[in-house]
Design a protein around this ligand. Structure first.
Ligand SMILES: NC(=O)c1ccc[n+]([C@@H]2O[C@H](COP(=O)([O-])OP(=O)(O)OC[C@H]3O[C@@H](n4cnc5c(N)ncnc54)[C@H](O)[C@@H]3O)[C@@H](O)[C@H]2O)c1
Length: 276
């Protein structure tokens, strides 16, 4: 892929920022869109050290007009864009009776419809310029569905389905699609999440905050994966193994395995955090 221009939603923090820095260091022009305008300015200052033409735009993926304005900016100023990353996302944790319809609407609007809007708005631009690449950030939660996270799991599974659909649908237009499925890595995701009860909130915070891997390592895996045209990027080897088992074992065996793993994880969660 010879492209040098990238647009990243949710680019002000977490994985979005790590991707922005990674591509900027590689010499790409980077445009970030985020609803957090103050953090956008901070991230822009950092990436401009490597990529002086970089830009930040106020962009809420819940508003199609914001994405349209971003596409128009890229067309007018950079004559297009090579890679579009639909990364902005939030988390909601709660059992089926706890998560409210408002919680579902909130997360579907950002995690699923935000990606749908990104694809709908940018596909005509990519098609008109003769091709390009879309990267949708889903999650391992889109492939392996842990309990008490139905809303998050459902949005991420839908992003996987959307991405796999577009891999076939957009290939004739020379538009490639990659779906990224990371397990837990350290970002502000848990600080910004909605949780239906304090135990779930504490558990998710611990899983994110204590994750072995940080956003820079995920960004690097995305960078190399997209460069080789990967359809799926599963960033965590242990989660990749579980997914493989889900696909090839009888489902009841897989369920038994997951139940054992969940019991072990719950026991680990009850242990106090090691001092740092
Ligand atoms: N951190 C993890 O453990 C983990 C695991 C799997 C998948 N993911 C996915 O990675 C993606 C990035 O999350 P993160 O972990 O970097 O979280 P984060 O909270 O650190 O960063 C998310 C960024 O998106 C922005 N954002 C939130 N809502 C937005 C909206 N409506 N419009 C535009 N921007 C918005 C935030 O301001 C923030 O800058 C998400 O899609 C998330 O679901 C994260």
């Amino acid at each position: 892929m010879g492209g040098q221009r990238i647009f990243i939603t949710g680019g002000a923090g977490g994985l979005g920022r790590a991707l922005a820095e990674c591509y900027a260091r590689a010499g790409w022009d980077v445009c970030i869109g985020d609803l957090d305008v103050a953090r956008c300015a901070e991230t822009l200052a950092a990436i401009r050290q490597h990529a002086p033409r970089s830009q930040a735009l106020a962009c809420d993926v819940r508003r199609e007009e914001d994405l349209q304005a971003a596409a128009a900016w890229l067309k007018d100023n950079w004559q297009g864009v090579d890679v579009v990353v639909n990364n902005a996302g939030v988390a909601q944790m709660g059992g089926i009776e706890e998560a409210t319809p408002a919680d579902w609407q909130w997360i579907v609007d950002i995690n699923l419809l935000g990606v749908v809007r990104g694809c709908r708005v940018f596909v005509p631009l990519l098609r008109a310029q003769g091709g390009g690449w879309i990267v949708n950030v889903a999650s391992m939660a889109g492939l392996l569905h842990m309990p008490h996270a139905a809303a998050y799991n459902a949005t991420k599974a839908a992003v996987v389905a959307l991405s796999e659909t577009l891999q076939l649908e957009l290939a004739p237009d020379r538009i490639g699609v990659t779906v990224v499925c990371p397990a837990f890595f350290r970002t502000a995701l848990a600080q910004n999440m909605r949780a239906s009860n304090p135990q779930l909130e504490k558990m998710t915070r611990r899983l994110v905050d204590r994750a072995r891997i940080g956003p820079d390592e995920i960004a690097q895996l995305v960078f190399t994966g997209v460069a080789r045209g990967a359809t799926h990027i599963l960033t965590h080897p242990e989660a990749r193994r579980l997914w493989w088992l889900k696909r090839y074992l009888p489902y009841s065996w897989y369920l038994a395995l997951i139940r054992r793993q969940l019991a072990r994880m719950e026991a680990r969660m009850r242990r106090p955090a090691a001092p740092v």
